[in-house]
Design a protein around this ligand. Sequence first.
Ligand code: RIB
Length: 302
Amino acid sequence: MKQPHIVVVGSLNMDLVVSMHRMPIMGETIPGSTFHTISGGKGANQAVGCARLGAKVTLIGAVGKDGFGAQILDGLKAEGILTDKIKQVLNVPTGVANVLHTSEDNCIVIVAGANEQCTPEWVDDYEQLIGKADLLLVQLEIPLASVKRAMQIAHASGVPVVLNPAPAQKLSRDILQYADFITPNEIEFDLLSEGLCDRNVDLQQRMILWNKEYNAELIITRGKEGSSFIRNNSLHTVKAPIVQVVDTTGAGDAFNAGFSVAYASGETMMDSVEFAVKVASTSVTRFGAQAGMPSFEEITNI
Ligand code: RIB
């Protein structure tokens, strides 16, 4: 199997993670159990996921020229990720994510900071690189115009595009037309399919309607249920194995990394989803979005 080159255009954050036994309710103060400062950001997490699974990875993005930025870059270099297309911006702080973590769930507040400086012009500088990649992987934590530019470039060169539409955002056809695969969770899909059909219609019908409307293959991530897509007009679900969940932060990132590596390596969509479900299920058994990303050997030994 050849080693695919995956280009990720996306965010880099420092995750400020407070772990607790339960989420506070509005206006409440509760004690937390631990605090960790760990590298995150959907772009960087997915880049690390791809690298651990054996892909050659280039990450295009931006950090501040500060302590958090330096720490994030060091971590990515240690993973073998090509980081020279990550802009280091003066006088703008590195993006941060405040993560409230319980073993069942998380709540995240993001301050984009330098991620806003990953501009369409910055992406344009790497047109040749994106155009020669085996796959482009994008999310929604950098300016939408930059996501669209990266997708346009890849699409024009016949490079498969995986769009992870997270965090949840309504997207226009203007962007969706450049995606080959789109990987929302159920909440993100609710928002994406608004206006197309009623939320009360069952998932299979909504997905069929979506597929009629757009060309991109829709793959929905469904937490412990696994992942679903439409085949021959019916819902096909790849079940997730039952695991001991420690941290769900970055589960979607792990899924996207797994899917992208498998697909860019020549696997079918179905096999790639099966691989991705295993990657995501393994990632949630460990603490930390990036730290939890499994290696190729771990997944093939399941
Ligand atoms: O998907 C998880 C990530 O979302 C976290 O690492 C955090 O940085 C936010 O971007």
